[in-house]
Design a binder for this molecule. Sequence first.
Ligand code: SAM
Ligand code: SF4
Length: 505
Amino acid sequence: MTSRAILSYMSGVPQLVPEDGAQKTFYLETFGCQMNVHDSEKVIGTLVQQGYRQVETVEQAGLILYNTCSIRDKAEQKVFHRLADHKKLQAQGKKFGVLGCVAQQEGEKIFERAPHVSLVCGSASYQNLPQMLVELEGVVAREIPRPAGKGAGLRDDASLKGAGWLTTEGKREGRKREAGSLIRITGLDDRQTDKCFETEFTARSNPHRGYITIIEGCDKFCAYCVVPFTRGKERSRTSESVLAEARQMADLGYSEIQLLGQNVNSYKDPAGGFGKKRSFAELLAAVGEVPGIKRVRFTTSHPRDFGRDIVEAIDAVPALCDHVHLPVQSGSTRVLDAMQRLYSREQYLERIAWIKAAKRDIAITTDTIVGFPGETEADFAETLSLLDLVGYDSVFTFKYSPRPNTPSLALEDAIPDDEKARRLEVLMIRQREIQKKRYQNYVGAIVEVMVEGFNEARAQWIGRSSQNKTLNFTAPAPAALKAGQYAQVRVTTSFPNSLLGELVL
Ligand code: SAM
Ligand code: SF4
């Protein structure tokens, strides 16, 4: 199973060329948020560029990667269960790598807990993946023919040592170390890193709508959250580079773009010199004006940095979607203070009032946490009353999960798990009632959807509205719809989480 590879330097980065002609294969499973999903698209593109082929099962793969999430304990444990489940495959020469937030959080401790893991790499170090992969495969550096043209050929090991990664066989170098017969490689960065993972090789999984990361990391340090520790400090891309990527995507046929960041609206354009400096709202509007782009979404917005100019941009630019995701976490100012969220219930509701005053009907969704240490029954009642006041279109609710390094670990008055579970259920039941009413309002309306696919079993098309609602619909038999197309649908029936309708011809 362990085939050897040799090195080539096409395009200036080391690439693996299998010595025995067998193509290197990898399996990648992604856990967690959209940022992770998009990071995985970049990692997949990088691996493919390195000569690997993606496969669908661990059994088919030579390299098994997990892009991990540590936002809650459950997500973290899932990864260790997966690693344990597949440990026996190591005997077949398969290699294992842990990427993402658990990698950054646990670092080399992962090797102790799962000794069959060879690679541990946080998101700020993905740009080093090509070198790390070469090292992981135990490369034998030897000359291969230089193809005609620039930049091809072979560098010797010495040229790589500066990068800190590689590569004489069996020798300790950079952050590589060997334990028994196992190679162990770590790519971990400290919080102050300026590194961002930008690559031209992103392998977007959907040909019609795609993500663009505009800001990485987080400087907010909410008392419960690991993100500032796992994803580093806030660092924004220039608006020019974001717009260049948006134009490129439009040229490739994408019509929907989702701008991503842990706090997308904390965006600060680092443009200098002749580059135009844009605020987040200006960038949003500029992406919405790229020819060919019909829909722009953005997530996640932090209430503290949510300005009126965002609502004004949505009103002014038709391509900006009628949807704002604005996580509140709690309806109680006392709990918000303890969470270090940097806004009060009243300030949050002021932002909701701006959104509701828009000319367009903007759907509002949120995240809440129940059972934060010290949350009383009265605090929880304030969260329920906030749900009623806002009338959310959807709510993601989580039980508070104590996380390593976070300030809330030191707080007293932990809420027992069964009480957290009770509050979670109460909240979900309340929200279901709210959503039932919200969704009923659409019956009879004609809504534009982007077609996402066809459900054979139900003989229904699946579409998504600008408000991010799922709309399943029927169409006369010969209707030749395609994924990525836009269609007008009349809503006939509502459910708490979706709508049903028929194509308007
Ligand atoms: N930056 C966004 C914000 O400030 O709202 C949220 C990003 S976080 C990745 C996504 C959601 O995970 C949060 O909104 C919060 O509700 C939830 N979350 C984060 N840490 C948590 C914890 N320790 N326990 C439970 N839920 C948590
Ligand atoms: Fe986590 Fe708070 Fe940063 Fe959001 S703003 S990523 S919840 S620390």
